[in-house]
Design a protein around this ligand. Structure first.
Ligand SMILES: [Zn+2]
Length: 385
């Protein structure tokens, strides 16, 4: 679909950027469909049960070791099935000159990513079936509470333990920028624990920035690709936006929203599991871990159905952070120029088709963000509060 709502303020999207985003969209859809078909196939055939039996044999009938083998087998098969798409994704980034990453470094990242997924999936699944065996009636509630604690812990350690597995970070050494951040923070009546330079350039040509962590690990990260190519005013505008997320407590609010959805998800998973066991006789017991694909399927379907709502919520937060930025910087010009630079550098579509934005995008279209900045500037100052 075309993009009839491109404003004259933003340059029109190039054919290249439209093609790049179309390919990435279809890659994402293909990846989702593949995962979905894999889960359905595991359940509709006897494959999940065969894998469980294999895991039992490999572990000499030890339940917890069998759970680990089963998770390991599932992840290996899923990785192999998805490897062609993963490789194609890597090629596309190079084809559009978005990536600097060598094949070797990419393969290393893939290996690390797989190991990390295996560790996390093992912890989560072992806990899940342990709780199911101990508390068959209220397993869903107890698992939910346990996972929320894990999730909050993960958000806390992510910037110091998980991200450094893939990228190098160092404290920002630019005095001028630090001073600007201190001034911005003081105006916000808050304190950000640190600003870090994110060495993104060794792998990517894109620029990015984010607010990450919780509590003592909460920090703003700025890609070196941004620090090196944007003016101090533009970086300040980006910082102000990230600070807006902080001031509005977006990380905690998002965790709260996730907690509500996850609670509903576990309740639904329990209902579906009982239906599969009592009515369909697909599994003998709750603790038969061959039912894991069914639990994953419930969460996959739920995430898919909720994607537009969650993205709408995220876009709401992004607009709020943008308005915070408009208030905190002296003029919106650097915000607008940083948006346009980001669109060019990341080959982002300034005006994606409406349904793509509605369903898939966590950020408002850049053309809309620029438009909002312009109308902000035109409003009389008294209405800005
Ligand atoms: Zn943001």
């Amino acid at each position: 679909m075309g993009s009839p709502d491109v404003t004259p303020a933003s340059p029109a999207d190039s054919e290249e950027s439209r093609r790049y985003n179309r390919i990435r969209l279809w890659l994402g859809i293909a990846d989702f469909v593949l995962g979905f078909v894999f889960l359905v196939a595991l359940l509709a055939t006897s494959w999940s049960a065969s894998l469980r039996d294999l895991a039992y044999r490999g572990s000499f009938q030890h339940y917890s070791i069998a759970v680990f083998f089963y998770v390991f087998l599932l992840l290996v098969i899923a990785k192999l099935l998805g490897s062609a798409l993963d490789y194609y994704g890597f090629r596309v980034e190079h084809q559009f000159q978005m990536s600097n990453q060598t094949m070797r470094s990419w393969l290393w990242d893939e290996a690390k990513g797989f190991l990390l997924a295996l560790v996390m999936a093992t912890i989560v699944t072992e806990l899940l079936y342990f709780i199911i065996r101990q508390f068959p009636e209220y397993w869903w509630l107890i698992t939910w509470a346990t996972f929320m604690v894990l999730f909050i812990g993960l958000a806390q350690i992510a910037p110091v333990i998980l991200f450094p597995i893939f990228y190098k970070f160092e404290p920002l050494d630019n005095e001028d920028l630090k001073q600007r951040l201190v001034r911005l923070s003081e105006r916000a009546g808050t304190r950000v624990r640190g600003v870090y330079k994110w060495n993104l350039s060794e792998k990517s040509k894109k620029a990015n920035a984010a607010l990450t962590g919780l509590g003592s690990t909460r920090r703003i990260i700025l890609a070196d690709t941004l620090l090196d190519n944007y003016s101090a005013d533009e970086i300040e505008a980006v910082l102000a936006h990230e600070l807006g997320h902080h001031v509005h407590g977006h990380i905690l609010k998002s965790i709260g929203v996730q907690a509500g959805i996850t609670l509903f998800g576990f309740w639904a998973a329990n209902a579906v599991l009982h239906y599969a066991i009592d009515k369909q006789h697909m599994f003998e017991t709750l603790s038969d871990f061959a039912n894991l694909p069914l639990l994953v399927l419930v969460s996959t379907i739920l995430s898919f159905l909720l994607m537009p709502a969650l993205n709408a919520y995220s876009r709401f937060n992004e607009r709020q952070a943008d308005r915070y930025a408009f208030r905190s910087i002296s003029t919106v010009e650097p915000f607008i120029s940083s948006m346009n630079k980001l669109a060019d550098q990341n080959l982002a579509e300034r005006a994606p088709s409406r349904w793509v934005e509605w369903f898939f995008h966590s950020h408002p279209a850049i053309s809309k963000r620029v438009e909002a900045a312009k109308s902000w500037e035109q409003k009389p100052a008294t209405t800005h509060a």
